[in-house]
Design a protein around this ligand. Structure first.
Ligand code: ADP
Ligand code: ZN
Length: 729
């Protein structure tokens, strides 16, 4: 076969497709190679992509093609990652280049690593006999022939200054040398002894090991009550993947809060895994990306973007807390990392494990139809019992005026901390109060840029929008009627619950856990440590307390507002509330002492409360399924949302109306809307929504493509496509 003279190069830009370039005969080229190419006046790095299945009808003639400038010294992008980029682009209706950009998120990693200078022992010999001072002797003792060492650590080890090293070099005792490229991630030892697994854990672990050893694609749903040892079991699958010599990826929904998880990993394998999330420093990102590409990072634990890392041989993908909505990326390329993890595994011939105590109806349905294997751990490890869940009927036992904790909950917290155990109050709302209102005229403080109330953050003396970040100091008088001191806080946030507990139990040691009080992994790790070491009596937290924590001394969980997630017309509101509250409840009683959970609710007979009290989540999910099936709601049908937005309200309306007029139809295809989005104004943009609903056997992508092609969208109007929407705001 003749050498290629032209190739397609995909660039990490939101362009329609790949561009053709000429290949100079001096450059040997492979598919997937990272290349530097000219585009307009710039040099850009792209990837040699597969030629289009249907050749371009009017290709640029060879003589007018611009040549590739150079190839970059990195392993080429694997075929499986290229197929993944194409697949995600096609599924989400995104430009392939926009998806490629996620797979090349660390441009610096494509450059050759700069070799580091150090020192090596000079070979003996020569006539001169340099003086050997005690300092010099310590340096010589710290070195071994033929092994270069970096200057600073060597000087430190020998307790000398860097000047001593330079002097030794001048005297011919040591010589400058480049340090070898060193492995940056320790190899976890699959044979490192982990905990002895109980019988049902062992059976589940063996099934997962077998799935990994098969070196084929397959999905397993691993379920089991909170505390049943799912993590221990899937770490066994990671061990098998290491035995197989392949790489493993573990996705966690809130990786920044995973300190306890990392401790578990270290306990199991002796070393830490590679980490991938937005708070990792740019230098570590560069090293990690490169190490992954070179097959030197055997295990990566990360956020959803880790799916786009360049694993040469991915053998296992685990999605922990697979039901979590945090796996959905809502801006840029809109994708669901749990679903794309399954695709990534399929394209890599890898095993995929979805893990949750409260699996999504999507995954449960896939297990029921046999598309996924199902593994279930029925009991808490070590005989710990599941907590007893009770509903506190707020209509019968309301809190005192201006308070938010009902008397039975107050009593239970008092008893718990009185016994020296820990209690947790859960309220999924940051700040002091969700609404500020004028007692005189009824005016409500709202965000100027969004359809949203301003949330009071009293500690910072600010009213804040949780959508756009707008903040202002609380005004002294009502901006509407001018009455002084008339503004009043309505409803509770965690800060207000904190205030109430301070009045009730002044001597209790309190800790607030919310994303704004624990910014970043270090703060979260410190909070977890303080709780474990019993430096805290009472924890007040938002949804970040729900996630996987293991607090052995926590025996009481009070849910301040169990009805909170049920408002609004969200398809999955009930499912999500059950999942969240069950996870929160699961924090209680994880060791010997039994746990107790109190749910404050105005609707104690709601199916969600009944499911939580009975613990029969299976029955609840079956009812959910029975409700969604007839109307072809997911997972028994497909949805895609179009979100039209513009700074000009009229423009948004016009485009939304045009889309409505061009709406597709036919058997099994339905369009709802256009209608103003619940967040009709967001960051100053007016928003309208349309929702395409199809039967499950009808793919939405061709319909969407055809639909969008028939409507002209002005430049300043944006139409965002959200396939399989999770949020409906
Ligand atoms: P899950 O992931 O199902 O919530 P975990 O894997 O976090 O459960 O296990 C709960 C607790 O029990 C953890 O502290 C874990 O270390 C411990 N544990 C689970 N299985 C075992 C075992 N076989 N031996 C010792 N400890 C275990
Ligand atoms: Zn706002």
């Amino acid at each position: 076969m003749a050498a290629r003279t032209r190739v397609s190069v995909l660039l990490p830009l939101p362009l329609a497709g790949a561009y053709d370039y000429a290949v100079p005969s001096s450059i040997p080229i492979r598919l997937g190679e990272f290349v530097s190419v000219p585009l307009n006046q710039r040099e850009l790095v792209g990837v040699v992509w597969d030629p289009p299945a249907i050749p371009e009808p009017n290709p640029v003639p060879d003589r007018r093609l611009r040549p590739i400038s150079a190839t970059l010294p990195v392993p080429p992008m694997t075929e499986s990652l290229r197929r993944f980029v194409d697949w995600v682009a096609a599924y989400t209706l995104s430009p392939p280049g926009a998806v490629l950009r996620m797979a090349m998120s660390v441009p610096a990693a494509l450059e050759p690593p700069t070799p580091q200078a150090g020192w090596v022992l000079a070979p003996p010999g020569g006539n001169s006999r340099p003086r050997i001072t005690p300092e010099r002797q310590r340096v010589l003792d710290a070195m071994r022939p033929g092994e270069p060492q970096a200057g600073a650590p060597l000087a430190e080890a020998a307790r000398v200054s860097l000047g001593v090293l330079r002097g030794m070099a001048e005297n011919g005792l040591i010589r400058p040398a480049l340090l070898p490229h060193r492995r940056r991630f320790a190899w976890p030892d699959p044979a490192h002894p982990g905990p002895a697994l109980a019988a049902d854990q062992q059976a589940a672990g063996a099934a997962l090991r077998e799935a990994v050893a098969a070196r084929r694609f397959g999905v397993t749903l691993l379920t089991g009550v909170t505390g049943s040892g799912k993590t221990e079991v899937y770490l066994d699958a990671v061990a098998e993947c290491l035995v197989q010599g392949r790489q493993a990826l573990v996705l966690l929904p809130e990786i920044a809060l995973s300190a306890q998880w990392l401790d578990r990993f270290r306990a199991r394998f002796g070393v830490a895994p590679a980490l991938w999330h937005s708070e990792v420093t740019s230098r570590t990102r560069r090293d990690t990306w490169r190490a992954v590409a070179e097959g030197e990072a055997p295990v990566v634990v990360g956020a959803r973007s880790a799916l786009f890392l360049p694993f040469p041989d991915l053998g296992l993908v685990i999605v922990d807390e697979e039901h979590e909505t945090a796996f959905k990326q809502e801006d840029g390329v809109v994708y669901h990392a749990r679903d794309m993890a399954v695709v990534r595994a399929r394209l890599s011939q890898a095993a995929c494990v979805l893990v949750s105590a409260t699996p999504s109806l999507e995954s449960l349905t896939n297990a029921e139809t046999g598309r996924y294997a199902l593994l279930h751990l029925p009991e808490r490890h070590g005989g710990a019992r599941l907590p007893a869940v009770e509903v506190l009927d707020l209509r019968r036992t309301p809190p005192e005026r201006g308070r938010f904790l009902a008397p039975p909950l107050v009593e239970a917290v008092g008893e718990t901390i009185g016994r020296g155990e820990q209690a947790m109050l859960f309220l999924n709302r940051r700040g002091y109060a969700p609404l500020t209102l004028c007692r005189h005229c009824g005016h409500r403080m709202r965000c100027p840029n969004c359809t949203a109330w301003l949330v009071e953050h009293r500690a910072q003396r600010r009213l804040q929008c949780h959508h756009c970040g707008h903040a202002e100091p609380p005004p002294a008088e009502c901006p509407e009627c001018g009455t002084a001191n008339s503004l009043t806080a309505v409803g509770p946030g965690v800060e207000r619950v904190l205030e109430e507990t301070a009045a009730l139990w002044p001597e209790a040691r309190r800790l607030v856990m919310a994303s704004d009080t624990l910014p970043g992994p270090a703060a979260a790790a410190e909070a977890a440590r303080a709780i474990q070491d019993r430096e805290v009596d009472l924890i007040i937290g938002t949804q970040i307390v729900a996630k996987g924590w293991h607090f052995p001394h926590l025996t009481l969980v009070g849910v301040v507002d169990a009805d909170l997630g049920l408002a609004g017309g969200d398809l999955r509101a009930a499912e999500r509330t059950v999942q969240l509250l069950h996870q929160v409840a699961g924090r209680a009683g994880r060791a010997e002492a039994p746990g107790r959970v109190l749910l404050q609710s105005f609707s104690p007979d709601h199916p969600v409360m009944r499911a939580l009290v009975s613990g029969d989540l299976e029955a609840f999910m079956q009812e959910e399924a029975a409700m969604r099936r007839p109307g072809h709601w997911p997972p028994f049908g497909r949805l895609a949302a179009l979100i039209v937005s513009s700074e000009e309200e009229r423009e948004a309306d016009r485009t939304a109306r045009d889309l409505g007029l061009a709406a597709p139809g036919g058997e099994g295809v339905q369009v709802l809307g256009p209608a103003p989005a619940p967040l009709a104004l967001l960051r100053g943009r007016h928003r309208r929504r349309l929702l395409l609903k199809t039967r499950r056997d009808i793919a939405v992508q061709p319909i969407l493509r055809d639909w969008l092609a028939r409507v002209e969208v002005p430049n300043h109007v944006r139409v965002q496509v959200d396939v399989d929407p999770v949020g409906f705001l």
